[in-house]
Ligand binder design. Structure first.
Ligand SMILES: Nc1ncnc2c1ncn2[C@@H]1O[C@H](COP(=O)(O)OP(=O)(O)OP(=O)(O)O)[C@@H](O)[C@H]1O
Ligand SMILES: O=c1ccn([C@@H]2O[C@H](COP(=O)(O)O)[C@@H](O)[C@H]2O)c(=O)[nH]1
Length: 241
């Protein structure tokens, strides 16, 4: 059977897991991995899709880890947000090297490093075909970059939030812990929330549900999966209203 090759979305919000940037390393950013992911993004941009990215920080620091080690939780969360800024800089650098034009916009003020998030400016960049990388999550502690993806996705009028992660969809339980877990092809936001499926936090699911913004969870490790998702192929799990 031939697969669809034409994008069915004009504008997408791609949430890239920080952990996925590690590749097979134990910490940080694996250069070959980030270059491969950027190659996948470049293929989608070349098809005419407007792409905004929210990058996670789990490969460097998570606030919850600092909090459980005794740190003030809000302080630890600000460290986590700064970790996403580092990932955003690395990602934009790799994008620019592969011929894309990337702009990093931060939700917290660090103007000497990257420009602040200003919605009309972000929309302008997208219309110009630039890739916008949203850094520092929502800018608030006690949130996650998944919620930032839902928030920015709604703000920019994305048609789909793509959660790119190390697993290939939403499972009945965490597949890293339960080998008997099975994958959903699709499920509703309410089902995801009532079953407490840990793939995304409830705040992100609730925001997308209220805005009728579907989420596709798929593997960024699988070559070509991003391109197949934007063309509407059967890939990953769709979470919908
Ligand atoms: N029901 C489930 N279905 C699929 N994955 C699940 C489920 N419950 C928990 N998970 C776990 O959720 C993880 C989500 O990964 P991801 O790395 O995207 O997390 P994140 O916290 O959003 O990212 P980051 O690394 O940027 O902090 C997967 O690695 C998977 O092990
Ligand atoms: O809006 C936000 C987004 C993130 N954080 C903190 O950053 C880290 C890394 O983000 P991940 O979503 O886990 O990749 C997160 O653990 C939080 O500590 C935040 O505070 N607010």
């Amino acid at each position: 059977m031939t697969e669809p090759a034409t994008p069915i979305y004009k504008r997408i919000l791609l949430k890239l897991s920080g952990e996925a940037l590690m590749g097979d390393d134990a910490f940080g950013i694996n250069q070959a991995t980030i270059e491969r992911m950027v190659g996948e993004v470049a293929d989608v941009v070349a098809k005419g899709v407007e792409v905004a990215v929210v990058i996670g920080g789990g490969n460097i620091f998570r606030g919850v880890a600092g909090g459980s080690a005794g740190m003030d939780r809000a302080t630890a969360d600000y460290m986590g947000m700064l970790a996403t800024v580092m990932n955003a800089l690395a990602l934009a650098d790799a994008m620019n090297k592969q011929g894309l034009t990337a702009r990093v916009m931060s939700a917290i003020g660090i103007e000497q490093v990257v420009e602040p998030y200003v919605r009309p400016k972000a929309l302008q960049y997208l219309e110009e075909g630039k890739v916008v990388v949203f850094a520092a999550g929502t800018g608030n502690p006690f949130f996650t970059t998944d919620t930032a993806a839902a928030l920015r996705g709604a703000e920019i009028g994305a048609e789909l939030v793509l959660k790119a992660t190390k697993v290939d969809g939403v499972y009945t339980a965490d597949p890293m812990k339960d080998p008997t877990a099975t994958r959903y092809t699709h499920l509703t936001f309410d089902e995801a929330m009532t079953q407490n499926l840990g793939i995304m936090d409830a705040t992100a699911f609730a925001l997308c549900r209220d805005q009728k913004l579907p989420i596709k969870v798929f593997s960024i490790v699988k070559p070509g999966a991003l391109g197949r998702v934007v063309c509407g192929a059967d890939e990953g799990t769709l979470v919908h209203a």
